[in-house]
Design a binder for this molecule. Structure first.
Ligand SMILES: *Cc1c(COP(=O)(O)O)cnc(C)c1O
Length: 373
């Protein structure tokens, strides 16, 4: 039998669209002894975790937990929990993840009305209202921070619009939670999901989810159970909540990591954390523009502080620059997706990765690489 070489992954500075650099305290938490999924101590840690998640999401929603899986599992659990085959859903799509929500809901036989805008644009309340008024959907879904374009969707008024038309508001907060202001209750959002590996600074594998009492009522009135058994939020709530009924063998290690990541968020303070991500992003934007590069989202107020899209200059081999960044500097950044493939680089300053020293290192590396043939 072949004995493979000893595990020795290189230390990368993760400045792409996720995963982001993991805080050393989170790495230590991952190494703590494994506990059974029904151990009273693990159940206590789950309870801490949901409390910390409520604070991070800025909600009092009872149904707040982390699904075992990545951000996509969060998306599937929310869409599959709130919607049944034949239900109508409006999806606002101006990038890769908006289109993904639409595709996923279609697979659940939900009747999807997709409202589309260009990759890098955001929706006005008027556009959302027009779509909701025309389609009369059960829910409207929108991406808060579109990681494929770097555009930040303004959320003011969207909850009211949805509720005025008797619809639920579903928000993708994968790249915003813990780095950019998220106000689930303030927005009137009925369901939101995120991922552990973006601004929460953990490895991937846990997807925070929160569901409002209004949306829970809708869930309770379903004609048939949720489309996925594994991602069924009712069953997951029975495990995380009072009864602690066995549902699946949750990874205690990932729970420790998420709890530690959230403890770091609480210690720093949400406002302070947002107040760190924003100026570090501004420093990056200023630096890139000083180098003569153009940012894909022109209006700074509509840029995601945790994810910047910068245009690849004419005549530059974008994959070669990314490869050299990785091989010579140990830095990972992301490529463009969909229509932005080959057009932009995606630079993440997320969680523990949002630091001035990282901005300077990346800018200096880009200056070096862009002047080479
Ligand atoms: C990363 C991301 C997802 C998907 O998360 P995974 O952890 O890759 O499954 C969904 N939506 C947005 C906006 C994202 O940035």
């Amino acid at each position: 039998m072949k004995v493979f070489d000893e595990l020795n992954p290189p230390a990368r500075l993760l400045l792409g669209p996720g995963p982001s650099p993991v805080h050393p305290r989170v790495m230590r938490a991952l190494g703590a002894p494994v506990l059974g999924h029904l151990d009273p101590e693990l159940l206590r840690l789950l309870d801490d975790t949901r409390g910390l998640l409520r604070d991070a999401f800025r909600t009092g929603n009872e149904l707040t937990l982390a699904v075992s899986g990545t951000g996509m599992a969060g998306m599937e659990s929310v869409l599959g929990g709130l919607l049944e085959p034949g239900d109508r859903l409006v999806v606002c799509a101006a990038g890769f993840f908006g289109h993904r929500m639409a595709e996923l809901a279609s697979r659940m036989d939900v009747e999807v009305t997709k409202v589309e805008k260009g990759w890098g644009e955001v929706f006005t309340p008027g556009e959302v209202e027009a779509a909701v008024a025309a389609a009369k959907p059960k829910a409207v879904a929108i991406v808060h921070a579109e990681t494929s374009t770097g555009a930040l969707q303004p959320m003011d008024g969207l909850g009211e619009i949805a509720h005025r038309h008797d619809a639920l508001l579903i928000v993708d907060c994968v790249t915003s939670l813990g780095g950019v202001p998220v106000e689930i209750e303030g927005w009137g959002a009925d369901a939101a999901y995120s991922g552990s590996q973006k601004c929460l600074g953990c490895p991937s594998g846990m997807a925070p989810v929160t569901v409002s009492p209004r949306a829970r009522e809708v869930m309770a009135g379903r004609g048939r159970p949720a489309h996925s058994w594994y991602l069924d939020l009712d069953l997951l709530e029975r495990y995380w909540g009072g009864a602690h009924a066995y549902h699946h063998t949750i990874s205690s290690s990932l729970v420790y990591a998420l709890r530690e990541g959230l403890r770091l968020v609480a210690e720093e303070g949400l406002e302070a954390r947002w107040g760190r991500h924003r100026p570090n992003a501004e420093m990056l934007w200023d630096g890139l523009e000083a180098m003569g590069l153009a940012l894909h989202v022109a209006d700074p107020a509509l840029r995601v502080p945790s994810l910047t899209t910068v245009r690849v200059p004419d005549g530059v081999d974008e994959a070669q620059v990314r490869g050299r960044l990785r091989d010579e500097y140990g830095i990972e950044i992301g490529a463009g997706l969909g229509p932005l493939k080959g057009q932009v680089w995606r630079i993440g300053l997320m969680g523990h990765g949002s630091q001035k020293a990282n901005v300077i290192l990346l800018l200096a590396a880009l200056v070096d690489l862009l002047k080479r043939p």
